[in-house]
Design a protein around this ligand. Sequence first.
Ligand code: G2I
Length: 470
Amino acid sequence: MTERCHGDTRPPTGPRARTAVVLAAAALLAATGAAFLPSTASAGTTLGASAAEKGRYFGTAVAASRLSDNAYTTILNREFNMVTAENEMKMNATEPQQGRFSYGAAEQIVNHARSRGMSVRGHTLAWHSQQPGWMESMSGSALRQAMLNHVTQVATHFRGQVVAWDVVNEAFADGGSGGRRDSNLQRTGNDWIEAAFRAADAADPNAKLCYNDYNTDNWTHAKTQGVYNMVRDFKARGVPIDCVGFQSHFNNNSPYVSNYRTTLSSFAALGVDVQITELDIQGAPANTYRSVVEDCMAVPRCNGITVWGIRDSDSWLASQTPLLFNSNGSKKPAYDAVLAALNNGTPVPTTAPPTSVPPTSVPPTSTPPTTAPPTTPPPGGGCTATLQDSTRWGDRFNSQVTVSGASNWSVVVAVTPPQKVSATWNGSPSWDSSGNVMTMRSNGSGNVFGFTTMANGNWTRPQVLSCTAS
Ligand code: G2I
């Protein structure tokens, strides 16, 4: 969290507030121009690469049961740089019996993603639905206690591995009331949502904490306004909320509307990031997908888009064929429209807050070189890899490596601890046990690959150690 609402004049307290002070300093440095490099990245050829080049992510929901399907993981690994567990982090999955936590399927997804340079959104810590049976039958202070314990345990378990949590999901009512949905959690008291956010903040001060809902896309709808008023109130009172997720399940009953961009920018103006978290569109019309992506790209604080599944056959609404890939894994016209909109989009300004784990100290005040000297690696087996600086934000920076002399290559790159690579594109990465040395292998996406490095206070350029033709 980098900004506080204008109305919030109280000094920040708690772990998230400490982070806020550091990030505010980082943002200030960026705003003064001290930490800025123009993007030199070329248009990406995959959704994740193209989004990352614009300072954003492109994600998908993943089901653990599908990770053994080769066609599925081929698309997943090639196209996406953010992953949401479709069901495996829900309350019924992670705490099937009270006090007994079960993380196996969730960890399968987290490990698959993180070992390949993808980030993870956590979904979801508290929800009226998908509760384990023991919780469904609870009420009052016992339920409140159990919910808070669940939030604390799960957020603690995944601390450092999840960049953003849907802390609370779908707490507002459909229809015209603009009020809360009735549920066992709501009946524990109206402050249950802020209590959940405070518990999540204490358990994982570095994760972005989001409120997530559906049918909140149309700015004129009462439900949208109800959520907006809650977020405004939270920001005014210092409740630790960083982001709002718009599920964006669009269909004939709940269509995309042209005021969607107004919705995104209005929430962003409250001082939160906005993310499109579960996108699918009945029939997958290319024009509507394009509009959704353009709307996100037009809002600097819209820092990522997640589609709710990969192929139509993976969708919870398979018969609506709402996704970007056919059931046979081929790209649909909507895919091309999304990719083009990402490549045509505006990069997140350098003053925008981070989308990922924040740094532990402020970046240096000296300006890095604007035209970075190429790194000449020691001679390898017949190829040369040249690293160039690309876009830089307050907490992280992109690098682009161009390989010449081979089409099947393997390039070893080292970052300086405590730097961490948080995203990669156009290659297949693997890491040594320290996590500081990345071997990137060609994956058929061409001879230019890229990666994002979280600076964590250290702005040293990554080093190319070798390039080997294979
Ligand atoms: O309903 C669509 C989404 C709305 N927003 C919150 C999301 O968490 C939600 O996702 C869906 C999953 O895509 C479904 O896969 O949530 C459903 C449950 O609320 C998921 O459905 C469940 C079925 O209810 C179970 O019977 C089934 O065992 O999927 C499970 C695994 O396939």
